[in-house]
Design a protein around this ligand. Structure first.
Ligand code: AMP
Length: 422
């Protein structure tokens, strides 16, 4: 199937050609005609499947059509809500790219930076608003945003949204939307709480499912390097040297771990940076930009920070540790081999994580091959006293980090609540 077969207007076809997209991905083939004909969508798809274009293209086509006068005052007629700032920025970039030959304008708002330039852009007028929940509610409370004229509402990465504690924010946003609207709901997983939420938003939705979590792993070559804790650092150096000069995304389970990896790599004069929740928005954006431009070779990220980041044709992902949730592993390796490209995922695995690998193999229904060039293979040697101490320290640190994150999420919900009551 070609984009021409989907009934798209010439300015959009031209923009897709500019992007070098040859043909629509599965989610695009399935969703675009349904959205163009006015249906609500319950989409089971994750980042990397081309889902942004699947919802952005029909929205742009609608807004570029008659009845939306570029000369008149623009009102926000489409709202996309997404959990992370990085994802919001990327969706904004995609809208800009696909709408470049039309008059449709978008802007992106997210927290963690001053609101001045965001409110300026809103005052100038936009058709499409892409937002994270906290800043959206904040600017609604301050009177900068009205959802009165929304025709299209997109809730992106709904499962992540709930994981991050945004449920109350989402409900407040939904309450402000006009009843007559078209809604598009996307989530990588569809547990009961997500389906319950979807029922509150969608009317007679058409279900569109692609790439259930387990099958994304099929197109990516995966190898595991079983080793001991004391050799992980050396093994990472070995892998980076072997893959030189490729660009690599390295995952760390904790923020502290990410910072430590960056320190170690810098000692070896490897250009790198970390993105995680303790970094300011500017630091994160700078690191991402440097990585995308090739200025730095290695980006070290935690799971939440990496969620949704889109780096064209990323070839390699290295897991410095194996995540204890198999779905997280699938999300991580999904950062490489995007939209049909082949990627390679390498996982460094210490003895305590062997069981995690088995859980992952169960989920993806496939054995992960051991790398045949491992210079530091795992031995049965029990952990030394120092290693045990370090392992315990790391475990406590992770527990504190996850406690602090939960507290932060609760904090932001409460402050929204307070704002609303004032
Ligand atoms: P998404 O799932 O929307 O984050 O998209 C993942 C990546 O695939 C992005 O880099 C898009 O630019 C790219 N992409 C989206 N649609 C297509 C397509 N039809 N052909 C090639 N690449 C695409």
């Amino acid at each position: 199937m070609q984009f021409e077969d989907l009934g798209l207007i010439p300015p959009i076809l031209r923009a897709l050609k500019d992007q070098n997209y040859k043909s629509p991905t599965t989610i695009q083939q399935k969703s675009i005609p349904l959205i163009l004909s006015g249906e609500d969508i319950l989409g089971n798809a994750q980042t990397g499947t081309g889902k942004t274009a699947a919802f952005a293209v029909p929205i742009i086509q609608h807004l570029a059509g008659e009845g939306h006068n570029p000369q008149g005052k623009r009102t926000i007629s489409s709202l996309v809500v997404t959990p992370t700032r990085e994802l919001a920025i990327q969706i904004g970039e995609s809208f800009t790219a696909y709408a470049r030959h039309t008059h449709v304008k978008n802007t992106v708002i997210f927290g963690g930076v001053s609101q001045g330039s965001q409110t300026q852009a809103l005052k100038r007028g936009v058709d499409v608003l892409i937002a994270t929940p906290g800043r959206l509610l904040d600017l609604m409370d301050q009177g900068y945003i009205s959802l009165r004229d929304i025709e299209y509402f997109v809730l992106d990465e709904a499962d992540r949204m709930l994981d991050m504690g945004f449920i109350h924010d989402i409900k407040k946003i939904i309450a402000e939307l006009p009843r007559k609207r078209q809604s598009l709901f996307f989530s990588a997983t569809m547990p009961k709480n997500i389906l319950d939420l979807s029922h509150q938003i969608l009317r007679n939705p058409k279900k569109v499912a692609v790439n259930p979590v387990a099958s994304t792993a099929e197109k990516i070559k995966q190898y595991v390097y079983p080793t001991n804790k004391s050799s992980k650092k050396e093994l990472l150096f070995f892998i980076l040297k072997k893959l030189d000069p490729e660009q690599i995304l390295v995952f760390s389970r904790s923020k502290h771990g990410a910072d430590r990896i960056v320190r170690d790599l810098r000692k070896k004069r490897i250009d790198c940076a970390a993105i995680h929740g303790d970094k300011s928005q500017n630091q994160r954006q700078k690191a991402l930009k440097q990585f995308k431009s090739g200025e730095i070779r290695v980006l070290v990220a935690t799971d939440i920070a990496a969620r949704g980041i889109d780096i064209d044709k990323l070839g390699y992902v290295v897991n410095y540790d194996v995540p204890n949730e198999p779905e997280t592993y699938v999300h991580r390796i999904g950062r490489c081999g995007r939209a049909g490209e082949t990627g390679i995922a390498l996982s460094i695995c210490e003895p305590e994580e062997n069981a995690y690998i088995r859980d992952i193999e169960k989920l993806i229904n496939k054995k992960i091959q051991h790398a045949d060039d491992n210079p530091f293979p795992q031995t049965d040697k029990p952990m030394s006293a120092a290693e045990k101490k370090e392992f315990q320290k790391e475990k406590n640190r992770r527990r504190q980090e996850s406690f602090a994150n939960r507290k932060k999420n609760r904090g932001s919900q409460n402050s929204n609540f307070r704002r609303k009551r004032r």
